[in-house]
Design a protein around this ligand. Structure first.
Ligand code: UDP
Length: 325
């Protein structure tokens, strides 16, 4: 099989590329390196079944050609990371909506199946737990920059489902909950790489808000297994939305303590008000907990890696990177 992965030089995309190559498939990555990095795929470049194009997936002609060469498309290219979203809302909205329009339009011309990666952010402030794929999305005011991300990804979902319904294009939507693992950067605000870097450097671990907010972190290897499984599954998954995430819930304060313990760090844990961390009036989600029964039933999928294993992996990655400097 030949796979096109937009955003394939990003954190999740590069792990997906690796997994598909490992199962004997061919992979072409399209990435503009805005948040991805060539470092993420450097180790794949020697493989003759791997190719990459550094360009934007907003460019129709480039996308048309690459879609033509592929059997299946993974559309992972997106502006991600809460910090980036708050700082660059124009880029977030334009990238997320326009790139998806281009990819789906080109895929529809050639009738190539597409998986669109979405996000648990779309559930917004919903308090109906666990979050189910058919539950309501509860977003905040348009004056709050954060919600532009959820809204842009919700449009991506609508579009993917509309292409399925109206044009019979085989599309699948994967709503990814907090995904972590080696190669994720803390540059765009993701909490685990940020905490690990702070703990290893002996700097204060910066917990935003009071730290009682909770998240469920899923290892990227488990997420990649789900993404590969959804596209291998075929017909039943088409036109459907699937949550992909872990149900091991942890508060951000407890996470900071665990990172400090596992790194053997003496870092202070410092509480930082949200308005100092992001912007005035910033709204965080107090809880984000997925229902994963749907993907469990379809693929017999469940996460296999505990939070401690995830943290161990991320810490080892940071230590190895530091040793190279
Ligand atoms: N967070 C934090 N310190 C950081 C980065 C994030 O305390 O340096 C908090 C953030 O406010 C949120 C949680 O950790 O409550 C997860 O943040 P992340 O940006 O990783 O993902 P989100 O779930 O917000 O998309």
């Amino acid at each position: 099989m030949r796979f096109l992965i937009t955003g394939g030089a990003g954190f999740i995309g590069s792990h997906l590329a690796e997994a598909l190559l490992a199962q004997g498939d061919r992979v072409h990555v399209l990435d503009d390196l805005s948040t991805g990095s060539i470092e993420n795929v450097r180790h794949l470049k020697a493989d003759s079944r791997f190719a990459y194009t550094i360009d934007s997936c907003a460019r129709e002609r480039v996308v048309a050609e690459l879609v033509d060469e592929a059997d299946v498309v993974y559309h992972l290219a997106a502006a991600v990371g809460v910090e980036l979203i708050v700082e660059s809302p124009v880029r977030t909205i334009e990238t997320n909506v326009h790139c998806t329009e281009v990819v789906l339009a080109q895929a529809a011309k050639k009738r190539k199946p597409v998986l669109v990666a979405s996000t648990s952010e779309v559930y917004g402030k919903s308090t109906t737990f666990p979050f189910r794929e058919d539950g309501d999305l509860v977003l905040g005011a348009t004056t709050m920059g954060r919600w532009s991300y959820a809204c842009s990804k919700a449009i991506d979902e609508f579009l993917a489902l509309a292409y399925y319904k109206e044009r019979k294009l085989p599309t699948v939507v994967a709503r990814l909950f907090n995904t972590v693992g080696p190669r994720q950067t803390g540059r765009y605000g993701m909490v685990i790489p940020s905490f690990v870097a702070q703990a290893l450097a002996g700097r204060p671990i910066r917990v935003y808000g009071d730290g009682t907010q909770t998240r469920c972190f899923c290892h990227v290897d488990d997420v990649v297994r789900a993404l590969a499984g959804l596209m291998a599954h075929g017909g039943d998954a088409h036109g459907e939305v699937f949550n992909v995430g872990s149900q091991e819930e942890v508060s951000i304060l407890a996470l900071a303590e665990r990172v400090r313990e596992l790194t053997g760090s003496a870092s202070e844990i410092r509480l930082i008000p949200y308005e100092e961390a992001y912007e005035q009036g910033f709204e965080d989600m107090p809880r984000r907990y997925p229902d994963i029964a749907k993907i469990g039933a379809a693929l017999d999928w469940a996460p296999t890696r505990s939070l401690d294993e995830i943290l161990g992996d991320v810490i080892a990655f940071h230590q190895a990177a530091a040793a190279l400097v």
